[in-house]
Write a protein that binds this ligand. Structure first.
Ligand SMILES: [Zn+2]
Length: 298
C-alpha cells in the first residue's frame, strides 16, 4: 500500500520533458546550429519528451520569411522531428514570435506595474561613451557595454498605454549574483552590474527584445530544458532574473560548446560554405552529418 502510494506520488510529480529548438530566420542554418538542434532533439527523444520548434522572428528588421521556411526544410532534411511548431500547430501556439506580441506586452505591463522597467533615452553612442566594457570577457558572444544606469532615476511621465516609443530597460540589482547549474558547463556565476547592466526588454522601434520574448515563450510553452549554444550563457543569467521577476518556473539549461572552424574561430553565418544548404548541395548526406554529431557529441 505504501509502495503504491509512493509510486502514484512520484509519477504525478514527474514533469513531462519539453525541449525546444528556436532558429532565428536571419540567415541559413549552419553546422553549429545543426549540432545544437540535433543535441536538443536527441535529449528530448532519450527522455520520451516533446520537442517544440519555435521561430524566433520577433525582429521584423532582421527576419525573413524565406529563411524561416528554409530552416524548417533544412531541419527536416537533417532528420529532426518536432511535435509542436509553426508548421504543425500545437496547444501552446502560435509558434512564431512575430505572432506573440500580446503575450510579451502583458509581461511588459507586469514588469512596469512592479516598477522593474523604465524608459531609457540614451543613444547607443551615449552608452558606449559612458559605459564600461563587461568585466568578464571569457563568455563573449552576446555582449554589449554595461549600461551605466543614466536613466534609472530619471523622472518620466507615464502616459504610455504600451511599450511603444521608448527603450525599456529591466533594472538589475548591482552586485547581485546569479548562479545556476548548467547541465553541460557546470556551475555558472554572473554578477549583475558587472557582467551585464540594466538590459533592454523592449526597443524604441517597438520590437520585443530577445531576452523578454524567450523568457515569456519558454514559460508559456512549458519548456523544462533549454538546449542552446554556450554563447548564450550570459543571456541565461539575464533571463533568470526576468523569470524570477515574472514568477515563472526556471527550466534546466544545457549549453553546448560552440563549434569552431579548423582555425578555432567560431562558426558564424558568414561561413556560407558551412550552411546546411551548401553542404547538401556539395553532396554531404544527412546521415553523414548525424554520424558526425553522434561522434562529436555536445
Ligand atoms: Zn538611458
Amino acid at each position: 500500500m505504501e509502495e503504491l502510494k509512493e509510486k502514484l506520488t512520484s509519477s504525478s510529480a514527474r514533469v513531462e520533458y519539453r525541449g525546444r529548438i528556436a532558429p532565428s530566420p536571419t540567415g541559413y542554418l549552419h553546422l553549429g546550429h545543426a549540432r545544437t538542434f540535433w543535441t536538443a532533439y536527441e535529449r528530448a527523444r532519450a527522455r520520451g519528451g516533446t520537442l517544440v520548434l519555435r521561430m524566433e522572428d520577433s525582429d521584423p528588421r532582421r527576419s525573413r520569411a524565406e529563411f524561416a521556411s528554409a530552416a524548417i526544410e533544412d531541419l527536416r532534411w537533417l532528420g529532426i522531428e518536432w511535435r509542436e511548431g509553426p508548421d504543425v500547430g500545437g496547444a501552446f501556439g502560435p509558434y512564431a514570435q512575430s505572432r506573440r506580441r500580446t503575450f510579451y506586452a502583458e509581461a511588459w505591463e507586469r514588469l512596469r506595474a512592479l516598477g522593474l522597467v523604465y524608459p531609457c533615452a540614451c543613444t547607443r553612442r551615449d552608452i558606449a561613451l559612458a559605459g564600461q566594457a563587461p568585466h568578464d570577457e571569457q563568455h563573449g558572444g552576446d555582449d554589449e557595454p554595461v549600461y551605466p544606469g543614466t536613466c534609472r532615476t530619471r523622472a518620466y511621465v507615464s502616459s504610455a498605454s504600451g511599450p511603444r516609443g521608448a527603450n525599456w530597460r529591466f533594472r538589475v540589482n548591482d552586485g547581485e549574483e546569479v548562479v545556476f547549474e548548467d547541465l553541460k558547463q557546470g556551475r555558472q556565476t554572473f554578477v549583475a552590474g558587472r557582467d551585464f547592466g540594466d538590459f533592454v526588454v523592449w526597443s524604441r522601434e517597438d520590437v520585443t527584445a530577445y531576452q523578454l520574448a524567450v523568457v515569456v515563450d519558454d514559460a508559456l510553452m512549458k519548456i523544462t530544458e533549454v538546449v542552446r549554444g554556450a554563447d548564450l550563457l550570459k543571456s541565461t543569467a539575464r533571463q533568470i532574473l526576468l523569470q524570477r521577476a515574472l514568477s515563472y518556473p526556471a527550466p534546466e539549461y544545457f549549453h553546448c560548446p560552440l563549434v569552431t572552424d579548423e582555425r578555432g574561430r567560431r562558426l558564424a553565418k558568414r561561413h556560407d560554405a558551412l550552411s546546411l544548404r551548401s553542404l547538401r548541395a556539395s553532396g554531404v548526406g544527412a546521415e553523414e552529418l548525424r554520424a558526425r554529431f553522434r561522434a562529436d557529441e555536445c
